[in-house]
Write a protein that binds this ligand. Structure first.
Ligand code: ATP
Ligand code: MG
Length: 252
């Protein structure tokens, strides 16, 4: 489908097309389309822009990844379909390992995600031969790579399920996420929650990592000032203010 650039919902329609294409390629599962719909609904309420709290969280996440001993970025089908190249840019920018790690696991789908990331410029992608388990999760949801998620100190898990985010926290990891729903369990349990669309967030993360690299003093200041609970409450305040304003607008 050809979408004219002038269309007011261009970005949103392009993301839908990318996901539909992802389903055809066998990268995205149908459940992933539903998860995207939930994200879209929150994006609509937010106003489909990166709001100030999101930018703050993106700076904090970029700094945390740069400071990590062994940062890992977990990539599922939706992430690969929407932001393969941008995810590779972030990984290269912060020196992170990429691991394909999916909720509805089949070997074939992991292979396709790995191929997609390699075509987008990734040198190495883990996930094909899982040799460890995330404690507390049933098989195959808990499968992961020893050299990847299992031994990471900091994990970026965009568009993640709440149970897995909690299990990673319970393993003592610093958990960073990108999730448009500020109320999800993932958003609540993570150390740094970026409430932004992944299509806007990954490019910002790559840019902010470039800006912060080498400036440890600034990174430390950003991290010491960042408060995830407060950030999430700022997001909810933004939505509330926006809806209150819209409430007084007449639609006829
Ligand atoms: P949880 O399990 O954390 O309580 P959930 O069950 O509602 O959340 P999942 O399907 O497990 O949701 O995870 C997908 C999450 O990703 C959702 O919270 C959704 O809002 C978010 N999401 C979907 N698409 C995007 C996107 N393009 N950008 C950012 N977040 C997104
Ligand atoms: Mg869930």
């Amino acid at each position: 489908m050809k979408i004219p650039k002038s269309h007011p919902r261009y970005d949103s329609l392009m993301a839908r097309e990318a996901l539909v294409e992802g389903v055809k390629e066998g990268i995205v599962v149908r459940q992933g389309l539903i998860a995207h719909g939930r994200g879209e609904a929150f994006d609509y309420l937010i106003g489909e822009v990166s709001i100030e709290p999101a930018i703050e969280a993106e700076y904090a996440a970029a700094g945390r990844l740069l400071k990590a001993r062994h940062p890992v970025i977990s990539v599922n089908g939706n992430v690969a379909a929407l932001s393969a190249k941008e995810t590779v840019d972030v990984a290269l920018g912060v020196g992170a390992t990429i691991e394909a790690n999916i909720f509805h696991r089949t070997e074939e789908r992991v292979q396709k995600i790995v191929r997609k990331l390699k075509n987008a410029g990734a040198k190495e992608v883990l996930g094909l031969d899982p040799d460890a388990r995330i404690e507390g999760l049933d098989h195959p949801r808990g499968l992961c790579a020893k050299a990847g998620i299992y031994s990471a100190d900091v994990v970026l898990v965009p568009l993640e399920d709440g149970d897995r985010a909690r299990a990673l926290k319970d393993m003592g990891k610093v958990v960073l996420t990108i999730d448009l729903n500020p109320l999800s369990r993932t958003s609540r349990v993570s150390d740094i929650t970026i409430v932004d669309n992944i299509t806007r967030s990954m490019p910002s993360l790559a840019g902010f990592a470039n800006e912060l690299r080498g400036d440890d003093e600034r990174i430390d200041r950003i991290l010491s000032e960042f408060d995830n609970k407060k950030n999430l409450s700022e997001v909810l305040k933004h939505i509330t203010r926006r809806l209150t304003k819209l409430e007084s607008v007449s639609f006829d």
